[in-house]
Design a protein around this ligand. Structure first.
Ligand code: NAI
Length: 293
C-alpha cells in the first residue's frame, strides 16, 4: 500500500464524499462511484466547496486544492475500478446490499486489492463471507464529517489476514488520522458507546420528560457536548442511525439496553431523515435548524 495508489470509494453520500476528500488531499487518485449520477455531482460540488473553504482559511494552498480536486474521478461505471489497490464501500447500512456489492467488485479488481467497508455496526465476518478472497477484507470506519473527525476504527474480521490491520494503521496515520484497532463486535467501540447517548435521550423524550430542543440545549449549553443527541441524529441521518441501533440491538441478542425507538422509526417511515431530507427532529428547510412542529 503506497501513498499514491488509486483508491476506489463506493457510495458518494455523506461518508463516501468525506472520505474521498481526505484521500484526494492525501495524494491518492480517487475513483468515486455512486448508482445515482446526481449524488456524484452533489458530492464533487461539496468537496470542491470544502477545498475552497480550506484555502480561504489558509489550511491548504490553492495549488494543493487544485491538485486534490483533479485527483477525483467520479463514475457510475464499476469497471473504472480495475486499477484500484484499495476499495472502500460506504453504501447503505444493509448487510445484503454490502454483500452483493463486494460480489460485484471482486471480479473487477486485482486479487491483491484490499476491500474495506465503512459499516457502522454490521458484522465484518458476515460481509467478508460474501467475498471470494475474504482474507483481504477489513472494516475501515470513518466518522462524520470524515475530513474533520480524526478517529478511524480498523476492524479485522476473523477471516482477515494477519498483518493487514497493521498495514492499514500505518496508511491511515499518513492520512493524518488516528487509527484504533477494534474487535468485530456490534457497533465496535464508538457506536456501541454512543447507543445509550441516543437511546436514553429518545426515551426521555418519549416519556414526555423533556422535548428534543430542551435535551439538546441541556447537553450542549450545560453539559459541554458539541452537539445534542437529536441534532446529532439529524446530522447522521435517521436511516443510518436507526439501522445502526437495530443492528447493535440484534447483534447483542436483543439486549434491552440497545432497544430502538418507535419515535425515531416513525421519522424514518415518514422519510424525515434529518438534514439530508430537510426535516428530522428539526426543520432545515429555511436553512436554519428550527424545532419541527
Ligand atoms: P448516504 O445515504 O449519505 O449515502 C449512501 C450513498 O450510497 C448514496 O449516495 C446512494 O446512492 C449510494 N448507494 C447505495 N447503494 C449503492 C450501490 N449498490 N452502489 C452504488 N452506490 C450505492 O449514507 P452515509 O451516511 O454516507 O452512510 C454510508 C455508510 O457509512 C453506511 O454503512 C453507514 O452506516 C456508514 N457510516 C455513516 C456515518 C454517518 O454519520 N452517516 C458515520 C460512519 C459510517
Amino acid at each position: 500500500m503506497n501513498d499514491h495508489m488509486t483508491i476506489g470509494i463506493i457510495g458518494s453520500g455523506a461518508m463516501g464524499a468525506g472520505i474521498a476528500q481526505v484521500l484526494a488531499v492525501a495524494g491518492h487518485p480517487v475513483r468515486l462511484l455512486d448508482q445515482h449520477a446526481g449524488a456524484l455531482e452533489k458530492a464533487v460540488a461539496g468537496i470542491e466547496a470544502n477545498l475552497r473553504r480550506l484555502v480561504e482559511k489558509g489550511q491548504l494552498t490553492p495549488d494543493a486544492a487544485g491538485l486534490a480536486a483533479a485527483r477525483l474521478g467520479p463514475t457510475t461505471y464499476l469497471p473504472d475500478f480495475a486499477d484500484c489497490e484499495l476499495v472502500i464501500e460506504a453504501v447503505a447500512e444493509d448487510l445484503a446490499v454490502k454483500q452483493q456489492l463486494f460480489r460485484e467488485v471482486e471480479p473487477v479488481v486485482a486479487p491483491e486489492c484490499i476491500l474495506a467497508s465503512n459499516t457502522s455496526s454490521l458484522s465484518l465476518a458476515a460481509i467478508a463471507a460474501a467475498c471470494q478472497r475474504p482474507e483481504r477484507f477489513v472494516g475501515l470506519h470513518f466518522f462524520n464529517p470524515a475530513p474533520l473527525m480524526r478517529l478511524v476504527e480498523i476492524i479485522p474480521a476473523v477471516q482477515t489476514r494477519a498483518g493487514l490491520a497493521d498495514e492499514l494503521r500505518a496508511l491511515v496515520t499518513r492520512w493524518g488520522k488516528q487509527p484504533v484497532v477494534a474487535q468485530d463486535t456490534p457497533g465496535f467501540i464508538v457506536n456501541r458507546v454512543a447507543r445509550p447517548f441516543y437511546g436514553e435521550a429518545l426515551r426521555i423524550m418519549e416519556e414526555g420528560l423533556a422535548d428534543a430542543p430542551t435535551i439538546d440545549w441541556a447537553l450542549t449549553k450545560l453539559g459541554g457536548f458539541r452537539m445534542g443527541p437529536f441534532a446529532l441524529m439529524d446530522f447522521i441521518g435517521h436511516d443510518v442511525n436507526y439501522r445502526v441501533t437495530e443492528a447493535v440491538f440484534a447483534g447483542f441478542y436483543f439486549d434491552p439496553r440497545y432497544r430502538p425507538s418507535i419515535a425515531q422509526k416513525r421519522l424514518l417511515e415518514a422519510g424525515y431523515l434529518g438534514r439530508k431530507s430537510g426535516r428530522g427532529f428539526y426543520n432545515y428547510a429555511a436553512g436554519a435548524q428550527v424545532p419541527a412542529p
